[in-house]
Design a protein around this ligand. Structure first.
Ligand code: ZN
Length: 364
């Protein structure tokens, strides 16, 4: 039975609702309640998302690893943006290492939330209702089931029927978009001590203490009382094995920290000397031209250090860019051509508490 487009009564304890469809051997559901799933095993589903213009649905693949014992419930999300693939590898590897028979708690993996963008390997959801404009799925949470375009409604279905009531904590995995690259990097709202604790369980290069971004999944979850942080794993399109391995290490540390899986934590931010800052300095191209960057992600830079050179088509230098602050390179442009205004680099640094910026840290 489809109630799409119709406001449904709110049930405190909705049961997992099977549509009766099976795709590629996997059951389709339109509502999840992890408490009514059999413990001690992994469950695969396709969650039925919004319809396309042809009337068929977009589906969200999910895996629920439900432990024999009750415990903390954690959701791992990879795929709000279509061109970001490292998170898929990190979550798949994390899930593959879990044995529900020895677990106390539940881990939910959510893949490919933004399927049409994924198929095209592009960042946003191409909405015909918006003149084929891409809708950024990480700016429209918690969505609206009666919203003005399909992606906004899709997000609301996921929020109301897949996420709500099913987990106590979440980790959202991203990368930089096409044309750029991040260091191995965490956005975490340090105003919440639990979020600070889980962020520092990740042996990453950089952490930004960050107040969040309106409409992002991370911030919307935090505002609804569910701790969440965003892990940025390098660049788009490919798999970066080294960075993925560290993201898996951090994810398993979080599961160990909450006693979901047995064992003691591996390396954390403390062991690897993670650089923690609370502000971003952004360097943008002042002119058009071909760009040569002179430092890489995670590099330490000092004020006045030349970080990029831009040349015109004849090879003459038309601009030189220097680091405005001392800090570490958090994100870098990878395209060797830059129009005026292009963000060349963001440098993570620290300012006095209370002065941390809200605008500079454009999360992906
Ligand atoms: Zn992203």
């Amino acid at each position: 039975m489809s109630l799409r487009g119709v406001a449904e009564p709110t049930h405190l304890e909705p049961t997992t609702r099977y549509t009766g469809d099976v795709m590629q051997g996997v059951a389709v559901i339109s509502q999840l309640n992890v408490s009514d799933l059999e413990p001690g095993r992994k469950h695969r589903f396709f969650f039925q998302g919004i319809q396309m213009g042809t009337g068929q649905h977009w589906y969200v693949p999910i895996v629920v690893a439900k432990g024999m014992q009750a415990g903390k419930r954690i959701c791992l999300i990879a795929g709000i943006h279509g061109d970001e693939l490292n998170g898929v590898d990190a979550v798949q590897r994390t899930m593959a290492s879990l044995d529900p028979a020895t677990m106390a708690g539940t881990v939910i993996a959510v893949y490919d939330l933004c399927r049409p963008a994924r198929e095209l390997i592009q960042r946003g959801w191409p909405s015909t209702a918006k003149g084929h404009r891409e809708v950024d799925l990480n700016r429209v949470w918690p969505g609206d089931e009666a919203g003005e375009d399909a992606p906004t409604r899709h997000v609301a279905l996921v929020w109301n029927r897949l996420f709500r009531g099913n987990f106590d904590l979440a980790i959202d995995y991203h990368t930089q978009s096409i044309g750029g690259e991040y260091a191995l990097f965490v956005f975490a709202d340090y105003r919440n001590p639990e979020i600070q604790r889980i962020a520092e369980l990740f042996p990453v290069q950089l952490i930004k203490d960050d107040p969040g971004e309106p409409g992002s999944l991370e911030t919307t979850l935090v505002q609804s009382g569910i701790p969440c942080m965003t892990v940025e794993i390098g660049g788009p399109r490919g798999f970066d094995a080294a960075k993925v391995a560290i993201a898996v290490e951090g994810s398993l540390n979080v599961l160990k920290h909450y006693g979901i899986i047995p064992g003691v934590c591996d390396r954390t931010s403390k062991e690897v000397g993670t650089f923690i800052g609370n502000a971003m300095a952004t360097v943008r191209a002042t002119t058009g031209g071909y760009l040569q960057t002179l430092v890489d992600v995670n590099a330490a830079v000092t004020p006045g250090q030349t970080i990029a050179i831009q040349r015109n088509v004849f090879g003459d230098v038309v601009a030189e860019y220097t680091a405005p602050v001392a800090g570490r390179v958090a994100t870098i442009v990878r395209d060797a051509i830059a129009e005026p205004g292009t963000r060349i680099m963001q440098i993570l640094h620290s300012v006095d508490p209370g002065a941390s910026d809200h605008s500079g840290a454009l999360r992906k």
